[in-house]
Design a protein around this ligand. Structure first.
Ligand code: NI
Length: 136
């Protein structure tokens, strides 16, 4: 674990009050933890913006009865095998499938995969969760 630093920052009363109330509601144990989370979130965003190696999850929900849809989703995943770590498929009910594709690789490639899946006609919901591969 790296050395801890104590810093002091200047900010307006109102901003601090609102931030503390917000952090409490969000469940952060301390102001420091809340600030660290915000700082890391910004660093993660920067990794994605700069096209560095990142990790994430693409979630999709679709009806597997839709003609050709499941095959298309699978074909895209085969095309992007180099950035896919694992895929979890959950049969939500008789019709709906929920798939979580865990990815790691260059941000640009992952955006490309996310866009390819988003473009499949019939996908009911699509979300990309962006996180760090450990660098942030
Ligand atoms: Ni299914």
């Amino acid at each position: 674990m790296s050395k801890l630093n104590r810093i002091s920052i200047s900010l307006e009363d109102d901003l601090l009050k609102r931030f503390d109330e917000h952090s409490l509601k969000q469940g952060y144990p301390t102001r420091s933890e809340a600030l660290k989370t915000l700082m890391r979130r910004d660093l993660v965003q920067s990794e994605w913006d700069k096209g560095k190696e990142v990790a994430g999850a693409i979630s999709i929900v679709y009806d597997h009865h839709k003609r050709g849809l499941a095959t298309k989703v699978m074909t895209i995943q085969h095309d992007f095998g180099e950035v896919i770590i694992s895929t979890q498929h959950v049969h939500l009910d008789h019709d709906n499938c929920f798939e979580i594709v865990v990815v790691k690789g260059l941000a640009e490639k992952i955006h490309e995969l996310a866009a390819a899946l988003r473009s499949v006609k019939g996908i009911k919901h699509h979300a990309l969760t962006m996180t760090t591969a450990g660098g942030a």
